[in-house]
Every structure is written in structure tokens, then in C-alpha cells.
Design a binder for this molecule. Structure first.
Ligand code: HEC
Length: 437
């Protein structure tokens, strides 16, 4: 420190020294805009905005805590196991900068010209632009506060001038905390003699006669796409020539599973669709393994967990058909899930890691996109492994005292699941070299 040369540098390089101070405008704002604001904006799903200097400084100590513990941004995948293109976690360097900035009493600094101007955050979406089409329930649905689970199917009819190439799709709800999961089928109804409007707008499976669902049967002949949402998930995005094509006419049948609630609440949900001009020549599909999917009865041992027990289950499924390319993996368990892992072993004996969630958290599930398509050669074995903690020490255990938990196929939130969904497509030569960042 006493080195005169250093002092000289200090005098001459005042500007450089100034540049070393971490300021909001120069360093922190760019991080927060990309890693926090996509959720922390009005209508983005987080409880408050983080768009301005004041938004941050008001909560400085709280923010320091959640970034240090990596509670925020929510990202539960083990990045040392597999890397994903939609990784939204903070780099260690970014955490250090935020912490140091808060410790230095949050200097605002001079306004700087932004290299990447702040994106505009559109209410009710996390995708970076306005949806090209929003299909949502015309009337809000009353979720009764009677502490029971509820399932309902909502019909969302649509008519377009032309079929559209889908770039991204996002489940929307004004009250996501009510929802345990949602699934939707996009059904093409080209036959104009089939009326897509006059049937009921929804069927409440918990209250009405289940045969009422039959009125939707004529719509179900052609399914174009099947997607879903689980708590924490953002959106599905398909780069380049990948995606699916929205038919000109049809209905979306959106099934929502509402968790129990103690007070009456209103819910309006729907689907945000984003179109692109690039023709979709490589359509994607969804497939599910484990509970509710392929190999459900081969989960080993038999799927139930006694009260006060910790247990690990595995499932091995062979890809019997043709070579596949995977774009996304989507692990799913319920509340007492602890750890999830999946990998494939190729016929040549190589292991390809898919995903590892070391500390499962029901509230933060995500659909993980690979940076490059992952090839699953014909004859590969896919291995799925799930560990569950049904003890009273697990704060997420819905039962107190713990009771035996099954996977009854009803998909009730108090049952368990071990499921891996994948978005995939038939393999083409060179797929593993295609970047889908
Ligand atoms: C994927 C969406 C998402 C992203 C990205 C995100 N948050 Fe959050 N954040 C939420 C939601 C939803 C909640 C409320 C639920 C909760 O607290 O668990 C929340 C809660 C918080 C809380 C309150 C925590 C508490 O215990 O009440 C803080 C502080 C916070 N976020 C800061 C941040 C910061 C800082 C970033 C970026 C570095 C960030 N968040 C990124 C969605 C997000």
C-alpha cells in the first residue's frame, strides 16, 4: 500500500479506480434485469417488482440473504451434473458482486448506456414479448374454500386465418398458487360440421357427472400437441425449425388440478402462444415415463412409502423403437420427493447424464432445455431414480403424523409420483451437434 508507484497510479487512474466500485447502474442492474426481473415485474408471478434502484435497496438485506443461500433465482438442478440452456441461476461472481454492493451500502452510480437495453416486461408473461394469441377462460372459476382437491376441464376454442408455427407456449393463471398442476391438449378440429362453441365451456369433474366430458369427444380425434404446467415452471421455447404447428381451427382442452384451499378464490387460466415465421419442419412431441406413463408398473420396488420411511425407487426403460433426440427433460415428484436423477446408458455402454435435482422442492419445478439435442440411440436404457422422505422431519410432508403414501394413479397431491417427461423428436444425422441455446 505504501508503494509510491501505487499512489501515483491512484492519482492518475482515478477513473479506473472509480470503475472498480460496484454500482447499481453499472453492475447490479444488468444482473437483476436478466436474472430477477423476468419474474419480479407486475404480473410476473413474484410478490414484488425488482425493476428499479429503489425496489432493490428497500429489500437489500433480504436480497443478500436469498442470493447467498441460492434460494433465488429459483433453480434446483445440479449444474455440475448436467448443464441446461435455460439455466437462470446466478454465477458465483454475480453473487459476490451483489453481496459486496449491499455491504458497500448500495451505491447507485452514474447512469450508463446499456449494452443490452432493458427488455420490456409484459404483464402476465415471462417470455420476453407480447403473446401473439391468448386463449383463456371467458369466466373465472370459483375454487371453493372447502379444503378439497378439485379437477376441472376447460374448453378453449380457437380459429385462425392460417396455421401458425409455435415458437413458445406458456401456461397462464391469475392465481397460480391454487394450482397443483395443469395439462392441455391442443386438438385440431378441421371438420366444420363439428361445432366448437356450443358445448359447455367447462366441466367440473369434482361436482358434475363425469359423463359430461363425453361432449368433448368429437374434438379429440387429432391431437397436435400435449403440454403441461407444474409449480415453478416458466415456458416452453423451441428454437429454429423446432416446435409444433397450431392448426387453423380446434380446441384446447385444459385440465386443471386445484389443490385444497380454505377460502373461496377465483381463478382465470389459459395459454399464451408465441408464433414465429420460421417454418416448423421438426415437430416435437411429449412423452412421459414412470408414474402415469411408460413403465409405470416396472418401478422397483413396488411404489409405496410407509410412514416414517425413506425410500428410493428406480425404473429402467429400454428405447425399443428408433433413435431419438431429446430437447427438454421435465422431472416430476410431489411433496415428499427428496432427490431425482435420470441418465441413459447407450448400447455401447456410454452413460449420458440427463438431470439431477439434489434437493427436490415441489414449489420450484422446471422444464430443462439442453444446450444441444441429446441423442438416445435405439436400445438405450433410460434409468430414473427417485428418493422420498416420508418422515415427520420432512417439513414438506403433507401428513402429520406421516402415513403410508401410494402412487394410486389418481394424481392427488397427497399421493406420490416418480415421472420424467421429455420433449423429443425423431433423431436425424448430426442432431447432437445442433445448438438449441
Ligand atoms: C422464476 C421466477 C423468479 C426469478 C427468476 C426470481 N424470483 Fe424471487 N421470487 C419468485 C417468487 C414466485 C417468489 C415468492 C415465493 C417465495 O418466496 O418462495 C419470490 C420471492 C423472492 C423474495 C422473497 C423471499 C421470501 O422468503 O419471501 C426475494 C427477496 C426475491 N424473490 C429476490 C429475487 C432476486 C434478487 C432474484 C434475482 C437474483 C429473484 N428473486 C429471481 C420468483 C422468482
Amino acid at each position: 500500500m505504501k508503494n509510491p508507484l501505487y499512489l501515483l497510479l491512484l492519482v492518475f487512474n482515478g477513473g479506473v479506480l472509480g470503475a472498480q466500485e460496484i454500482t447499481y447502474n453499472k453492475d447490479i442492474s444488468p444482473i437483476v434485469q436478466t436474472k430477477c426481473a423476468p419474474c419480479h415485474h407486475p404480473g410476473g408471478g413474484a410478490p414484488f417488482s425488482l425493476l428499479t434502484y429503489n425496489d432493490l435497496t428497500k429489500r437489500a438485506s433480504f436480497i443478500k440473504e436469498v442470493v447467498q443461500s441460492r434460494y433465488m433465482p429459483p433453480w434446483r438442478a445440479d449444474n455440475n451434473y448436467a448443464h441446461f440452456a435455460n439455466d437462470r441461476s446466478l454465477l458465483q461472481k454475480e453473487i459476490n458482486q451483489i453481496v459486496q454492493w449491499i455491504d458497500n451500502k448500495t451505491p447507485e452510480g452514474k447512469k450508463v448506456k446499456q449494452v443490452n437495453p432493458t427488455p420490456e416486461f409484459i404483464s402476465a408473461t415471462r417470455y420476453g414479448r407480447k403473446p401473439d394469441m391468448v386463449l383463456k377462460m371467458a369466466d373465472s372459476f370459483l375454487v371453493k374454500g372447502d379444503n378439497t382437491e378439485r379437477f376441472a376441464i376447460f374448453k378453449l376454442p380457437f380459429e385462425l386465418k392460417d396455421p401458425e408455427n409455435i415458437e413458445a407456449v406458456e401456461f397462464y393463471s391469475n392465481n397460480k398458487k391454487l394450482i397443483h398442476h395443469a395439462n392441455y391438449g391442443v386438438h385440431a378440429v378441421e371438420d366444420a360440421s363439428i361445432d366448437i362453441y356450443k358445448t359447455d365451456a367447462m366441466v367440473d369433474l369434482s361436482e358434475s357427472d363425469r359423463s359430461k366430458v363425453d361432449q368433448y369427444k368429437p374434438y379429440k380425434k387429432t391431437i397436435t400437441y400435449y403440454g403441461g404446467w407444474i409449480p415453478g415452471t416458466t415456458y416452453e421455447y423451441y428454437p429454429k425449425e423446432f416446435g409444433w404447428v397450431m392448426p387453423k381451427r380446434g380446441v384446447i382442452l385444459l385440465t386443471i388440478h386445484f389443490g385444497p384451499t380454505a377460502v373461496n378464490e377465483e381463478s382465470i387460466s389459459g395459454i399464451n402462444l408465441f408464433f414465429k415465421n420460421i417454418p416448423v419442419t421438426r415437430p416435437v412431441k411429449v412423452i412421459s415415463f414412470g408414474s402415469g406413463g411408460i413403465g409405470e408398473n416396472q418401478i422397483s420396488p413396488i411404489f409405496f412409502i410407509k410412514g416414517n420411511e425413506k425410500k428410493t425407487f428406480t425404473l429402467d426403460v429400454t428405447n425399443p423403437a428408433a433413435d431419438l433426440s431429446i430437447m427438454y427433460v421435465w422431472p416430476h415428484m410431489h411433496y415428499i420427493g427428496k432427490e431425482f436423477k435420470a441418465f441413459i446408458i447407450t448400447p455401447a455402454g456410454d452413460t449420458t447424464r440427463l438431470v439431477h435435482i439434489p434437493e427436490w422442492d415441489f414449489r420450484w419445478q422446471e422444464i430443462y432445455r439442453f444446450p444441444r439435442l441429446v441423442k438416445v440411440p435405439k436400445g438405450s436404457v433410460m434409468h430414473i431414480e427417485g428418493t422420498y422422505d416420508n418422515t415427520a422431519e420432512n417439513p414438506a410432508n403433507p401428513n402429520n403424523p406421516p402415513r403410508t403414501i401410494f402412487s394410486a394413479g389418481t394424481m392427488r397431491s397427497t399421493d406420490e409420483m416418480m415421472t420424467l417427461l421429455m420433449i423429443y423428436l425423431p433423431y436425424q444425422e448430426g442432431d447432437e451437434r445442433i445448438s438449441i441455446e
